[in-house]
Design a binder for this molecule. Sequence first.
Ligand code: PEP
Length: 251
Amino acid sequence: MRKPIIGGNWKMNKTLGEAIHLVEELKGEIGNKTGKVEVVIFPPFTLLRVLQPLLKETEIGLGAQNMYWEREGAYTGEISALMLLDAGCSYVILGHSERREYFKETDEKINKKLITALSFGLTPIVCVGEKLEERKRGEAEEIVEKQLRRCLKGISSENVEKVVIAYEPVWAIGTGETATPDEAQEMHYFIREKLKSLWKDKAELIRIQYGGSVKPENIKELMRQSDIDGALVGGASLRADSFAKIIKYKE
Ligand code: PEP
């Protein structure tokens, strides 16, 4: 069985004081045990090392929003996998659509990052998803398939089950517009079929999260879909009450 995974991507939000407050509030809302749901927060780099001790007694995981593929060296402004481990991270988001769009991340770069993240034992969340124009042109599946194939190139069948895929239609991110549960399920099913064609039965073990304006109001219906194994949440993870409601979608 695939354990549902719910991530909170804080993006470029929260100062130190605000972040500590949010984590304390979240712990107050959900307690230290997260039960049958895996919960991870993805704060900005500067907060990771400070938040790590606050999460120590809890089952809330810590992850970063990005990393570079080289181990160390003259790469001004970049952060390595080793540094993330050092800061207490176990997860890393790779290829978020905002990084693809504003920082020109390509599938090839994401693939290099993925290979490094796996070699350091980090759990990677690899984001894929089509833009609105692409969906309107009927190219959504083709785009997502291409992203999957390129981003996961060369990953062994032993390693592929450690990868989490986040399907995030770009038109639904931060817009308030969500794919309907049926639309999301259709693409998640498509993704799993593609994964099956590449890694056979291992595809059943790979978790596929949905991301794009997930809120307390829509999480239940999304999670009812057979191929949706969790959510990557942006805006609604910035408040403890809304993120906690999403985490506790089963109650
Ligand atoms: C995201 O950041 O991955 C995301 C899906 O954002 P939002 O929930 O705000 O749409």
